[in-house]
Write a protein that binds this ligand. Structure first.
Ligand code: UT7
Length: 332
């Protein structure tokens, strides 16, 4: 049986920077509120004429392919995590193939929101370990700005999210004790309505109506405090669970790269794990919460900043809508 390891990472962020001060002009919010409650200073928003979710995924993938020393034609399969695909259906993996010029190979979308990238990584890991595929693109990409209520009514959610994409190439390797060591995936649908977009959705008939648009159920709803409380419990729990099943301890981890949901969540997780600040990566101030894209973007930034070295033990973890939560442990 092969191991699977990340051989390339890449990110794509739209050029357009939207600061907290820009948001002050369109809704009743303030730079101080956003910074204090979330740590976010700015985020990126797409140019909708060019930067679709699949386009951004393809651009991030090209960088990951370059780092891996591979061509698009070397890829056997695509796993695309997003909650803001180009179309309601088909999934964004299909149009991304066309941007990359590789129609024909399998492409699968994952709908697990903030944990989508880790569900995708775990799925790719299984395909590689069974020998079915050698090189898989795992992509997280979001165009949140298309689906936010950018008025005072939607401010509790709108100020949190940003657009962008990240991608990794996961490749088969015969090296021992390298690459992905463990994946832990969890979900509890009891909490589905605590963080959701209801329409378009078949919970209502038809999937979207004028009434839904008027009532704002086409926008994300979040019970912020409730999500926060669950997040700070589940993050450390799933990280420790993954370490335990690998026979490792938190003291052996070189870097935790958590989903970037809120700086206060990241700090609470760091304290609960008893880690020093520099061992828990954060870049939320630059991009906000990019949901499925946040972990591969953060991995790319951490690598560029020289924070990841050969043989480092890296813990990736996430929590979000579903509720879903997950962790992967890798030896770089
Ligand atoms: O990635 C998916 C997972 N998502 C998360 O993990 C997010 C988890 N939740 C959170 O990060 C936090 O709950 C938020 C950042 C969303 C909110 O922070 P909070 O400290 O829980 O604030 P709050 O919702 O209790 O709101 C406090 C006050 C309210 O006013 P009153 O009722 O005290 O008068 C809100 O109306 O802040 C008000 N408020 C705002 N004020 C200015 C809410 N949003 C804003 C805003 N600007 N954007």
């Amino acid at each position: 049986m092969h191991n699977s390891k990340i051989t390339g990472v890449g990110k794509y962020l739209p050029e357009k920077i939207v600061t907290n001060f820009d948001l002050e002009k369109i809704m009743d919010t303030s730079d101080a509120w956003i910074r204090e409650r979330t740590g976010i200073i700015e985020r990126r928003f797409v140019n909708p004429d060019i930067e679709t979710t699949s386009y951004m995924g393809a651009e991030a993938s090209k960088k990951a392919l370059k780092m891996a020393g591979l061509k698009p034609q070397d890829i056997d399969f695509i796993i695309f995590a997003t909650l803001s695909a180009d179309y309601f259906f088909p999934g964004a993996g299909c149009p991304m193939q066309i941007h990359l010029g590789i129609p024909g190979i399998g492409a699968m979308d994952i709908r697990n929101q903030c944990t989508g990238f880790l569900y995708g990584l775990a799925t790719a890991d299984q395909f590689i370990k069974t020998g079915m595929y050698k090189n898989i693109l795992v992509v997280g990409s979001e165009s949140h700005s298309a689906g936010l209520n950018m008025t005072t009514q939607g401010r509790d959610v709108a100020v949190l999210f940003g657009d962008g994409a990240g991608a990794v190439v996961l490749s088969a390797t015969d090296e021992k004790n390298k690459g992905i060591l463990v994946n832990k995936l969890h979900a509890d649908g009891t909490y589905a309505r605590e963080l959701c977009v209801i329409n378009p959705g078949s919970f209502t008939h038809p999937i979207v109506s004028h009434k839904d648009i008027d009532e704002g159920t086409i926008y994300p709803y979040m019970n912020g405090k409730y999500v926060f409380k669950h997040a700070i419990t589940r993050f450390p729990e799933v990280i420790l669970e993954s370490l335990e099943s690998a026979g490792l301890t938190i003291g052996e981890v070189d870097l935790v790269i958590p989903h970037q949901a809120n700086q206060r969540i990241t700090e609470a997780v760091q304290i609960r794990l008893g880690l020093p600040k520099e061992k828990v990566y954060s870049n939320i101030h630059k991009y906000g919460n990019t949901t499925a894209a946040s972990i591969p973007i953060a991995m790319t930034d951490a690598l560029e900043e020289g924070l990841i070295h050969d043989n480092d033990l890296i813990s990736l973890a996430s929590f979000g809508s579903g509720f879903t939560w997950a962790a992967s442990l890798l030896k770089w």
